[in-house]
Each structure stands twice: as structure tokens, then as C-alpha cells.
Design a protein around this ligand. Structure first.
Ligand code: GRF
Length: 218
């Protein structure tokens, strides 16, 4: 069993998709703790409804990023957390944090990395006129929205899309790929190389997997 800690800052819909998936009795992971840096994040209540321990570690109560991250590291270590999932966690991680959980921190980003890292990326994709966007689950390194890619899902951008309609279409797939990526990761299905993570499944298995990771009119 792998112990999972989830970091949130807001509504936590990706957190819910992860917690829901871990309800499966054959799942290799156990959710041990949800930590929010924002005390009134609505995701906290949702985590409680899943019976998961919640903790608020307000960044405003620390003088430096390292000091804040150290508190989070301690809380995660107390629960023997093996894998950290960022789920709408709106803070950059210090190198201290990344090194502590090296290659064991996952993040979901609402664009096809390495395109459009950062904030408001659905709007940036529309403004740029790209025809497809999507979402990416990746391993977190020291750079923002950067690191080895684990899974991606693809959606079209329609001529009349707004930031809201595109965000909604992408979010639907975020909720699919994050649980999937976590499970594959926990099952050691990714071989971590220096520049990429190789998915150790057959072409046939991959074909079946990606069928569900492409928009088909939903
Ligand atoms: C998601 O779009 C996620 O990709 C991004 O922040 C948003 C968080 O939403 N990192 P939620 O809190 O999971 O609902």
C-alpha cells in the first residue's frame, strides 16, 4: 500500500476524483491526509465527507516558503506519505519540498504541457488560436508546471469557446486522467528516465487507455 497526501487550495474537484478512485478496495493507495494552505477552501469539507484527515497550514503564518513547506513536509511525514498529489494547490514548491519527495509529487495542469504552463491557461490557449488543448499529469520538479509527463488527455477548442466552456471540457478529462495516472504510478508502471517517463504497458493496452482520453463528443 502507498500512502497518499493531497494538497489543495480551493474547491478540490480533482481531489474528490482521487479520493473516489481510492475507495476501490483493490486500489494500491490509501489517502492519509488532505492539506490546504487556505483555511476556508471548500475542498476541506469534501475531504471530511470521505473520512480523510484534513489539516490547514496557512502560508500566511510562515515567514518564508521553506518554513511553510517544512510544516507541510512534517505533516506528510507524520502520516508516512509516499506520494504527494497536488490538486489545485496554488503555491510554488520550494526545492526543499521537491527534494524531500523527489519523483514522488504529482500535479495536474489544465493544458497540454509543455505548452501553456502557468495560470489562466485555458484563456491563453483560446487567445493563441490552438485547435486542441487538454490536461497533463506530470511529476513535479523545481520549475513551475514542469517535469516528466505521465498522462495527457486531449479536447478540441471550438470557435465559440469561452474560458468557461473550455475549462469545463478539460476538467471532465482531468477527473479521468488524474486517478488513472495515480494508479499507474503507484503500480510502478512508469519507468522514470532523465527526460521522460515511459509507460510500461503494451501498445494494445495503451490503445485502450487513450481511447478514453480523447474527446469524442461528450
Ligand atoms: C484544475 O483545473 C487543475 O488542473 C489546476 O487547478 C484546478 C483545480 O481545480 N491545477 P480543483 O480544485 O481540482 O477543482
Amino acid at each position: 500500500m502507498k500512502n497518499v497526501g493531497i494538497l489543495i487550495s480551493g474547491r478540490g474537484s480533482n481531489m474528490v476524483s482521487l479520493l473516489r478512485s481510492m475507495k476501490d478496495e483493490n486500489h494500491p493507495c490509501l489517502p492519509r491526509i488532505v492539506i490546504s494552505n487556505v483555511k476556508d477552501a471548500s475542498g476541506l469539507q469534501k475531504a471530511k465527507e470521505f473520512g480523510v484527515k484534513t489539516v490547514v497550514i496557512d502560508h500566511k503564518e510562515s515567514k518564508t516558503r521553506e518554513e511553510h513547506d517544512k510544516k507541510i513536509i512534517d505533516a506528510l511525514n507524520k502520516e508516512n506519505v509516499d506520494i504527494v498529489c497536488l490538486a489545485g494547490y496554488m503555491r510554488l514548491l520550494s526545492s526543499l519540498f521537491v527534494q524531500n519527495f523527489k519523483n514522488r509529487i504529482l500535479n495536474i495542469h489544465p493544458a497540454l504541457l509543455p505548452s501553456f504552463p502557468g495560470l489562466n491557461v485555458q484563456k491563453k490557449a483560446i487567445d493563441h488560436g490552438v485547435r486542441f488543448s487538454g490536461c497533463t499529469v506530470h511529476i513535479v520538479d523545481e520549475l513551475c508546471d514542469h517535469g516528466l509527463i505521465l498522462l495527457q488527455a486531449v479536447v478540441p477548442i471550438f470557435p465559440d469557446d469561452t474560458e468557461e466552456t473550455l475549462s469545463q471540457r478539460i476538467l471532465h478529462f482531468e477527473h479521468k486522467i488524474y486517478p488513472l495516472a495515480l494508479r499507474l504510478f503507484a503500480e510502478n508502471k512508469f519507468e522514470i528516465e532523465e527526460k521522460r517517463a515511459i509507460l510500461k504497458i503494451t501498445n494494445k493496452e495503451y490503445e485502450n487507455l487513450v481511447k478514453n482520453l480523447m474527446w469524442n463528443g461528450e
